[in-house]
Write a protein that binds this ligand. Structure first.
Ligand SMILES: Cc1cc2nc3c(=O)[nH]c(=O)nc-3n(C[C@H](O)[C@H](O)[C@H](O)COP(=O)(O)OP(=O)(O)OC[C@H]3O[C@@H](n4cnc5c(N)ncnc54)[C@H](O)[C@@H]3O)c2cc1C
Length: 428
């Protein structure tokens, strides 16, 4: 790792990975494990060693996990494996050269590489409404945001969460567990609408309310109110209601970081467009993780040919496939996507993609908060949203690697283990 005085020294490297997050760390270690022997350099603009983001909205806010414990790897791991990690340094410009590319960083350094990987993640969206930049309106993407959110949470009595997606609901559950009065305002007619089926959303609406969190769907937010000191005091809705808040957590989605791709003239469309070897439109630059728009690695819905997946699983799997591309042994990226979201005592695990389903089977008891929603398309099982049902999740995840056609009545029958039902279906 560079010291301050070394920061401006130019560098020459083999693979240069821009972005020090989940995908970057995975790619660097997979390349080393596979015997890649040239220098690898990661440049990340955050001041910390690469760390896990998922606990930021859960264990960290609850005080169960400290930031220092979230690092993927120690600095010794990186130096022992010949992986240079430049922290607090932003790549500001990039251009192709005859042999590769050259980037320039905020520290005034030029880095020449023979392979460039963009693993730059995404930035949280803000809302174009009056008061959106007031003190106390906080997005959550990185460790700095989590510290600010945690400090505010300690002092707030009323918390409004704008956005009922994974991160919004995780923050809401954490705040509620800490005894705050919490209101979730969601503009859409359902919670987590981008990620789960309507049946799962409906269950979550009920379960979230049962946990003492107020939820308004179809919310039309017109502004954020502030006091004379510029501090947030509430959120104003189109019908004139003002929901009081000393903290507003914004969880309204992210925008993929595409500036460097645009400098390179790469195709960009809701992310950096790549093929199933993670190659961008120039056939040379790679893009992985949250910033990449890729051919669906799990093509079960013919109308969903491309996806941008925001998950640990995709960052890891796509990085592993990208390593094969760099090593000259490309393998098309095919994988059953999976996700999780811990919201207080509700552990949601999702296997597959439910987009395009035409049938839903409910297995278990929603009222007891132990339920699995199984999604089928033309008689084939394509996805499951599992709540507090890890065995069902493991069984579905395994089975989805094949073409599973199964009697819906057996899927709903909890007297038989799902693993047994699915094993029979796969071998049938
Ligand atoms: C609060 C929170 C909770 C989450 N919970 C879950 C969960 O429960 N389950 C799950 O599957 N996923 C979860 N995720 C999503 C998951 O963390 C992401 O999908 C994953 O981190 C993506 O990895 P990445 O490497 O693509 O991007 P990131 O981890 O975002 O890393 C990108 C890095 O690149 C840096 N960067 C960007 N531009 C530049 C530049 N020009 N120069 C240098 N550095 C740059 C960024 O600052 C960042 O550090 C959560 C995310 C958040 C924020």
């Amino acid at each position: 790792m560079a010291h301050e005085e070394e920061a401006a020294a130019d560098l020459v490297t083999g693979v240069l990975i821009v972005g020090g997050g989940q995908a970057a760390v995975q790619l660097s270690s997979t390349l080393r494990d596979a015997g890649y022997d040239k220098p690898i350099t990661i440049v990340g603009d955050e001041p910390h060693l690469p760390y896990q983001r998922p606990p930021l909205s859960k264990g960290y806010l609850l005080g169960d996990e400290a930031l220092g414990g979230l690092e993927f790897r120690s600095s010794a791991f990186f130096s022992e494996n010949g992986i240079g990690v430049l922290l607090g340094e932003r790549v500001e410009s990039v251009e192709r050269t005859a042999e590769g590319a050259i980037v320039r960083t905020s520290a005034g350094r030029a880095i020449t590489c023979d392979r460039l990987v963009l693993a730059v993640g995404a930035s949280p969206r803000r809302l174009p409404i009056p008061g959106a930049d007031a003190d106390g309106v906080i997005t959550l993407r990185d460790a700095g945001d989590a510290v600010r959110l945690g400090e505010r949470l300690a002092a707030a009595e009323n918390v409004v969460v704008i956005g009922g997606g994974f991160i919004g609901l995780e923050v809401a559950a954490s705040a509620r567990k800490l005894g705050r009065h919490v209101t979730v305002l969601e503009a859409a007619p359902q919670l987590m609408g981008r990620a789960v089926g309507a049946e799962t959303s409906a269950y979550y609406l009920d379960a979230t309310r049962r946990r003492g969190i107020d939820v308004t769907l179809d919310a039309r937010i017109t502004g954020i109110r502030t006091g004379g000191d510029g501090e947030v005091t509430g959120v104003e809705l189109a019908d004139g209601t003002v929901v009081p808040a000393q903290l507003v957590a914004l969880g309204v989605g992210v925008a993929p970081r595409v500036e460097l791709a645009e400098q390179l003239g790469l195709e960009v469309d809701n992310g950096i467009v790549v093929d199933d070897h993670s190659l961008a439109s120039d056939g040379w630059t790679l893009a992985i993780g949250d910033c990449a728009n890729l051919p669906s690695p799990y093509p079960v819905d013919p109308t969903l040919t491309r996806v941008r997946l925001e998950s640990v699983n995709n960052a890891v799997e796509q990085a592993n496939h990208a390593a094969q591309t760099i090593l000259g042994t490309p393998v098309a990226y095919r994988s059953v996507p999976w996700f999780w979201s811990d919201q207080g005592d509700l552990k949601l695990q999702i296997a597959g993609l439910s987009s395009g389903h035409d049938q839903v089977i409910v297995r278990g008891d929603p009222a007891a908060d132990r339920v699995t929603f199984l999604y089928l398309r033309e008689g084939r099982l394509i996805a499951a949203d599992c709540v507090n049902s890890p065995a069902d999740f493991a069984a579905v995840r395994r089975a989805l690697a094949g073409d599973v056609r199964v009697d819906p009545a057996r899927l709903a029958d909890t007297s038989e283990k799902l693993a047994v039902v699915l094993r029979d279906a796969v071998s049938a």
